[in-house]
Design a protein around this ligand. Structure first.
Ligand SMILES: [Zn+2]
Length: 132
């Protein structure tokens, strides 16, 4: 997987929504521990406009769910909500907290990224896991 810096190179800039997507994919890999490159599938529900859609690139870089492997699906949604499924049916759902989205839109980009990276993950996402 790519580092966040490499993800920024891929995406073109380091922004808060790229970072949010990147962190979501990291959490999914930690929780679901995929072994093969096709073990994980992502469904990224986001408003289909920038900067929200930058989340999609972050998810691809950290989770390995990519457009080219057809294991990522993108859906238009009012609030960013990212779902990861493993092949055996386990699932992690990450709802980006509304106040986090709002603050990311207010701060300048560098500040927003620094702020996000200083937070605990549970302060960014409402996480729900189904491991059974
Ligand atoms: Zn971006």
């Amino acid at each position: 997987m790519l580092t966040l810096e490499e993800a920024a190179d891929f995406h073109g800039h380091l922004g808060p929504f790229l970072t949010i997507g990147y962190l979501a994919g990291e959490i999914a890999r930690e929780v679901l521990k995929p072994e093969g490159i096709h073990d994980l599938r992502a469904i990224v529900n986001v408003p289909l406009k920038t900067p929200f859609s930058c989340i999609i690139d972050g998810v691809q870089c950290s989770s390995g769910c990519t457009l080219g492997k057809l294991n990522i699906e993108v859906k238009d949604s009012e609030q960013p909500f990212i779902v990861f499924e493993s092949r055996d049916g386990r699932r992690v759902e990450l709802q980006v907290k509304g106040e986090v989205v709002e603050k990311c839109l207010k701060l300048d980009m560098e500040e927003a990224v620094r702020w996000l990276l200083s937070l605990k993950r549970e302060d960014i996402f409402e996480v729900s896991t189904q491991l059974g």
